[in-house]
Design a protein around this ligand. Structure first.
Ligand SMILES: [Ca+2]
Ligand SMILES: [Ca+2]
Length: 264
């Protein structure tokens, strides 16, 4: 009875995970003053990161709440502030990230920011960036449609990085009305059964898959690759890894799939 319940719970969980992973669109105006659905990371560790503002100078569009990352707060900052979606979204051939942006100060306007993506929510890279060489006029915003089709078929975390600028020439970047657009013609993740066990693992981590795995990488929480190679059916020796959470990525053709495991 107990086992049946566990299996049912696993199935419900798996189907929820699958359903989530297949979402192809989102839309955020941030007008509810909430970061729900987003994760922030203050990589430079100065305590300043993405905030929600609704003031005339640093708020969102038309006096609403919007995203703001500062370059100045009682002194010049050198931001490296990440903000990205809590869950990955399935990218299609028509996926575009649509958003608006503006500086918070018309004199100190030399912001630099980018759109970032990640397959595992850990290792992000910049797919588009903009350095302001002129400010937007008061009340005016730039509008972008970033083509993400090169990631079609993959589940990606998507976000923004405010970086490589400082409080001597910049004051802060504002972003609002962020949406992931897709015409709904999705390229579903190829249905590959893939799991890792035991989980938690102590010595040997076995990968179960109904297809031959070409390549495996194991990545630590800090992004360091701790194992990379061809998988043989004996499993991966994880006995020497420190305790903690790791991600296993397998590659099948042009699709990369990720599973999480805990090293005891
Ligand atoms: Ca808004
Ligand atoms: Ca910071």
């Amino acid at each position: 009875m107990k086992r049946n319940l566990l299996i049912i719970m696993c199935c419900v969980f798996c189907s929820l995970m699958t359903a989530k992973a297949q979402e192809t669109t989102f839309s955020y105006d941030f007008n509810n003053n909430s970061f729900s659905g987003w994760v922030g990371y203050d990589a430079d560790g100065d305590g300043n990161t993405w905030e929600l503002h609704n003031t005339t100078v640093s708020g969102g569009m038309n006096g609403t709440y919007g995203l703001f990352s500062s370059c100045y707060s009682a002194g010049e900052l050198t931001p490296e502030n990440y903000l990205y979606t809590e869950q990955p979204y399935l990218i299609t051939e028509s996926s575009k990230l649509h958003f608006f942006h503006s500086q918070s100060d018309i004199v100190y306007y030399q912001e630099n920011f980018g759109v970032i993506v990640s397959e595992n929510g850990i290792n992000f890279y910049v797919v588009w960036s903009r350095r302001y060489t002129a400010p937007h006029a008061d009340g005016k915003w730039g509008e972008e449609f970033i083509d993400l089709s090169e990631f079609a078929g993959k589940n990606m975390y998507i976000g923004f990085l405010h970086y490589d600028c400082d409080g001597f020439t910049a004051n802060g970047i504002r972003i609002d009305n962020v949406e992931l657009m897709s015409d709904g013609v999705s390229v579903p993740e190829k249905t590959i059964s893939f799991d890792v066990y035991p989980n938690p693992a102590e010595n040997q981590l076995v990968i179960s898959s109904d297809e031959k795995i070409e390549n495996v990488t194991v990545v630590a929480m800090n992004g360091v690759v701790v194992y990379e190679g061809v998988y043989n059916n004996d499993g991966i020796d994880v006995s020497k890894l420190s305790s903690g959470v790791y991600f296993v990525n397998i590659k099948k053709g042009d699709v990369t799939l990720t599973r999480r495991f805990v090293k005891k």
